[in-house]
Design a protein around this ligand. Structure first.
Ligand code: NDP
Length: 292
């Protein structure tokens, strides 16, 4: 059996097109264009690339992006003052502080200072708290977990009553994905670095989410035949034949998994493009809330 490939790239492109249409309609009806402020502190090249990709995606969807680039030595007070100014700016609907911040900065305090209505990354503790509570919904769902759920919806997987296993429990991926799955009435197991016998937990999973950061750790023999597998991991693997000397692989060993799973995301081209699409979706939602 060869799994259905879940094409995150084309699903994300469709979502981005829909957002572009909604942004154009908002401009025509309300003479208002959604705005996303990005805040980058320091010179982490990966962070700078992510911010550039987000700004480019905004431009393509007709969303205005306002970039703030601060030196690595920026102080806590200065950064929080910038966030407060952005909170007060009616042209700014979403505030994205690119993580990780340099070590001397307190990221929790910075995330706390973002206006709840502009928390398009969904990392504000109140948003996460609402995500965890029965009968409550966050204003914004964190972008990567939101993308994972959108892919599951696209595949048409029935989550109610399904055995869902999430490997990884980080604040930005594993934990919120697990909370979203249980909100969708799946029976959720969370595995992590202290889990004994990982395969014993992953094998019964109807839905398996890998968010570990370890190249090709989940192999085909750890997957239930027919399972839906979402691979969040992005890892560099040495490859002398590649121009850069490495290629990107997920947390799942694709070659063996594709023979067992019912549906699977590739890396790259699976979850990655969805993260940016969901950021645009959250920014549009923030603008709609601001206009309401
Ligand atoms: P973290 O390092 O914050 O978390 C990794 C999690 O994996 C932890 O909960 C850790 O357990 C668990 N883990 C580590 N080793 C093992 C193991 N041997 N067995 C079981 N569990 C283990 O990573 P992130 O959540 O931030 O990211 C995970 C992956 O997703 C990375 O590859 C990252 O690059 C990628 N990513 C991709 C995005 C996208 O848009 N495609 C967005 C964000 C991340 P413990 O808690 O015990 O330490």
């Amino acid at each position: 059996m060869t799994a259905q490939l879940i094409d995150g790239k084309s699903i994300a492109a469709k979502i981005r097109e829909e957002i572009g249409t909604a942004v154009a309609a908002m401009q025509a009806q309300h003479d208002y264009v959604p705005g996303l402020a990005t805040v980058l502190v320091g010179e982490n090249p990966a962070s700078a690339t992510y911010v550039r990709m987000k700004q480019k995606a905004c431009a393509e969807a007709g969303i205005r992006s306002i970039g703030h680039e601060l030196p690595a030595g920026t102080g806590q007070t200065e950064l929080e003052e910038l966030v407060r100014a952005l909170n007060a700016d009616p042209q700014v609907n979403g505030i994205l502080v690119q993580l990780p911040l340099p070590d001397h900065l307190d990221d929790e305090a910075v995330l706390n200072s973002i206006d709840l209505g502009k928390d398009v990354d969904g990392f504000h503790p109140v948003n996460i708290g609402r995500l965890a509570m029965k009968g409550r919904d966050p204003l914004f769902i964190p972008c990567t977990p939101y993308g994972v759920m959108a892919l599951l919806e696209e595949v048409g997987v029935r989550l109610s009553g399904a055995e869902a296993v999430v490997v990884g429990r980080s604040n930005i991926v594993g934990l919120p994905v697990a909370m979203l799955l249980q909100k969708a009435n799946a029976t959720v197991t969370i595995c992590h670095s202290r889990t004994r016998d990982l395969a014993a937990h992953t094998r019964p999973a109807d839905v398996l989410i890998a968010a570990i950061g370890r190249a090709e750790m989940i192999t085909g023999d750890m997957i239930k035949p027919g399972a839906v597998v979402i691979d969040v991991g992005v890892n560099q693997k040495e490859d002398p034949t590649a121009k850069r000397g490495y290629r990107l692989v997920g947390d799942v060993e694709f070659e063996s998994a594709v023979e067992v799973a019912g549906a699977i995301t590739p890396v790259p081209g699976g979850v990655g493009p969805m993260t940016i699409a969901m950021l645009l979706k959250n920014t549009l939602r923030a603008a709609e809330l601001a206009l309401a």
